[in-house]
Design a protein around this ligand. Structure first.
Ligand code: MRU
Length: 356
């Protein structure tokens, strides 16, 4: 980032509450929301005030602490049950990004360990908060490292196409795919970033352009359906985008439209990379067939900024994500290095490797 005014914190723990930039208001207003309860956090995740797989994992972790910090029950089954209810409620906010359940499971493990070790509730609550802060701090480091690993793809200046928003807004800081792009830019290796607008909620148009502008990276916004045209004309050297859940064989759930881009990239001989931290891998799933796809409200498609764009009563189908089969993916950029095919073997191998 070129100056301090361009640095923003999408998520901040202020000691008592979680402060987030309300991403639904960007780029028009830079509004901050103070979330004081688990329910506040759940609602913020649900309506996409905070969004992006790592960011909802981090927020969910703080939300869990907010939900258990005032529980007065003594250590017994009631305490465990109450904690489980908080975790389940937060986890039900959005189903596709595994980072949310990953973070909540980690904290529930901490609670169960505390109970087993005979800790009192105050001690358990304290270690849950420490874990939430650790998840947040770790994500910054993971994203920095993903950006550094991504530099391998930039032996010369390139024109990159990206989808949705994968930047600091969507993570603890720096982003995933966007971290690769800003690192490459800082190394003088970005000629152009093509930013898909990302209908229906316009994360590309509203958020990625906002971040790239702050970072001084050259970019142009395109409608989603222009991607194929640009690829066909030889205007795209590389596609890099994020992930919400990656199964053991490398199949990747990401924002709706990702699969279309992957097929277009293959058709046009363009390398197609996914960037994600270890917390986005779900090794319990053999393939993408088992990933639940979130279906969102019809109004997100039938209206734009609250203004109807189709006749009243028009019905709409609104899957928020799709699955890209691993055969379309050239590589997956992680903090540990880039995973290349054969993904069936190499995903598990890289995830078992200690972080560099
Ligand atoms: O519905 P969203 O905006 O939460 O979807 C976000 C994405 O699909 C991102 O590409 C993904 O979460 C990776 S963010 C680093």
């Amino acid at each position: 980032m070129s100056s301090s005014e361009n640095v923003f914190e999408s998520i901040r723990w202020d000691g008592e509450s979680l402060v987030i930039i309300d991403q639904t208001k960007l780029p028009g207003e830079e509004n901050y929301l103070e979330l004081k309860t688990a329910e506040d956090v759940r609602n913020a995740i649900r309506r996409l005030s905070v969004r992006g797989a790592p960011a909802i994992g981090i927020s969910g972790a703080y939300g869990f602490y907010l939900g258990i910090k005032d529980l007065e029950t003594e250590i017994d089954n009631q305490f465990l049950k109450a904690c489980r209810r908080v975790a389940d409620s937060l986890n039900s906010a959005r189903p596709t990004a595994v980072n949310l359940s990953w973070a909540l499971n980690k904290l529930m493990d901490q609670v169960e360990r505390g109970v087993r070790d005979g800790q009192n509730t105050d001690e358990i609550k304290k270690s849950v908060l420490a874990d939430a802060v650790q998840i947040h701090d770790e994500d910054r480091e993971l994203c920095r490292s993903i950006g550094e690993k991504g530099l391998q793809l930039f032996d010369q200046p390139k024109r990159v196409l990206t989808h949705c928003n994968t930047g600091g807004l969507a993570t603890g800081q720096f982003g995933t795919a966007l971290s690769c792009i800003t690192h490459a830019h800082n190394a003088g290796n970005i000629n152009q970033v093509w930013v898909d607008e990302t209908r229906p909620l316009l994360q590309g148009a509203r958020l990625t352009t906002w971040e790239l502008r702050k970072a001084g990276v050259p970019h142009s916004l395109i409608v989603d359906s222009a991607a194929g045209f640009l690829m066909q004309r030889g205007e795209v050297d590389l596609v890099i985008l994020g992930a919400d859940r990656i199964s053991r064989n490398g199949d990747t759930a990401n924002k709706i439209g990702t699969y279309t881009l992957a097929v277009l990239a293959k058709e046009n001989g363009i390398p197609f990379y996914v960037a994600a931290p270890y917390s986005t891998f779900d090794l319990s799933l053999a393939s993408g067939d088992d990933i639940e796809i979130e279906l969102r409200d019809e109004e997100e498609v039938t209206a734009l900024n609250g203004h109807p764009i189709s006749p009243g009563q028009t019905s709409a189908y609104n899957p928020a994500f799709d699955i890209t089969p691993h055969r379309y993916i050239s590589g997956i950029i992680t903090e540990r290095g880039i995973i290349y095919p054969d993904f069936e073997k190499n995903v598990v191998r890289m995830m078992n490797r200690a972080p560099a």
